[in-house]
Design a protein around this ligand. Sequence first.
Ligand SMILES: Cc1cc2nc3c(=O)[nH]c(=O)nc-3n(C[C@H](O)[C@H](O)[C@H](O)COP(=O)(O)OP(=O)(O)OC[C@H]3O[C@@H](n4cnc5c(N)ncnc54)[C@H](O)[C@@H]3O)c2cc1C
Length: 436
Amino acid sequence: MQPYHNANKPHEYIDCYYSRSLGEAPHYPPLDQEISVPVCIIGGGLAGISSALGLAERGIKSVILESNRIGWGASGRNGGFVSALYSASPASLIKRVGLEHAQALHKLPKAALKLMHKRLEGVKDAIIPQPEGVSVVSWFNDEKSVRAHVEQLNDVFDENIRFMPREEVRDAYKTKRYYDGYFRPDSMQIHSLKYVHHTAQMAVSKGAKIYENSAAIRVYKRQDKWCIETASGMVLADQIVYCCSAYIKNLHPKLSRATLPVATYVLLTEPLGDKLDECMRVRYATADNRTSSNYYRPLADGRLLWGGRVSMFHPSQARLKNIMMKDLLSVYPQLNGIKAEVAWGGYMGYARHEMPQIGTLGDGAWYCQGFGGHGMCTTTVGGEVIAGAIANNNEDYKLFAPFGLDYAGKPMGPAIAQAAYWYFQGRDKLKEWRLN
Ligand SMILES: Cc1cc2nc3c(=O)[nH]c(=O)nc-3n(C[C@H](O)[C@H](O)[C@H](O)COP(=O)(O)OP(=O)(O)OC[C@H]3O[C@@H](n4cnc5c(N)ncnc54)[C@H](O)[C@@H]3O)c2cc1C
């Protein structure tokens, strides 16, 4: 089911901006023996690594089993945007769980973002070479809604977001596509694969162990221990955390059924030199506010990393480059003629309710998945919540109980995701026609 993978070495990183610019990074050995450990984490994406680091910071040792290499999945090939938000909108959260509960939920990504900043101390220049802050620009001529959204985030969720009037947006971005916008000063853009390796090393330095090329193939309980089998080893653990996201297959049928694998895409252009200034005067990461939005960020060397789209069909590399370039040129036609260096895709694990799935299956088994649409900041929430629950009996995980493990639509998942994307695209077009 992997749309973009390394054909010669399927367990290695795919060809993308992040793997091309990773530099020296350790390989961790496969598990080849039986070991006993307090906690076994299955999946070495950001959810798994954040859980291991959160546990290590609380003095609890864990082992991560990763099928491929750490950050091989969504965590090492994404857009690199880090913002403290959930995929579900604040309004829909309030509607579902009430104001107080929504506010309590909202505090978690804010704290996680602070923690990510702290974890980046000393390595910031390597992992965040561009200015911090994310601009969200409105595709629609609808100042009132943008202002209302900003007011709600600031007043109800105690955010620090600045409304950007149309003149400011159009001065910053040389395109007629955008109207008003807002600026999130605390958000950032990171080299996500370097961040994965950095936080993995932090966890290892505090006693965690990582095994790559070590897929968990069978999990069962024997007496009071969880037994996690790999091809050449076995972990015996008191507690277990599933962090497998879209790649879970049938390892745990209930968790698998609750995860919808949604493929999404990124393009990297050649260095744009002065042409970049003809498009943007700022260097912030930027996203538009359509449901089927595009998001992009200029890299320090003048290349543009452009993300968006959802598809059940997996276009060839050449076709994907064309499709993504067409989107880019529809916003910045002045870039006509530029070349794409590489384009890639990956799976996000989506939950139907657009909230992360963080909780317990009972008997010392935990899950931390479903971060599609929000991602890197909320995986840090997941790691903290799970680590707090295991180490300190913290009950924050219960905040996520109302969302649960709803059936996500497998095996029709990709078709459902594609249909939803087309529906949102149509709705965005209709709104554009009505308002612009
Ligand atoms: C193209 C793309 C762009 C994105 N852009 C952004 C963005 O700009 N900002 C943002 O915040 N989020 C973004 N996301 C989403 C974000 O990357 C994910 O939500 C987040 O990384 C999920 O982390 P994870 O650890 O849950 O999953 P993953 O990173 O996918 O990790 C799951 C890991 O589990 C391993 N695994 C699965 N089964 C087993 C097993 N049986 N045994 C051992 N290991 C196993 C897999 O090999 C994989 O490495 C994007 C995602 C994609 C695909």
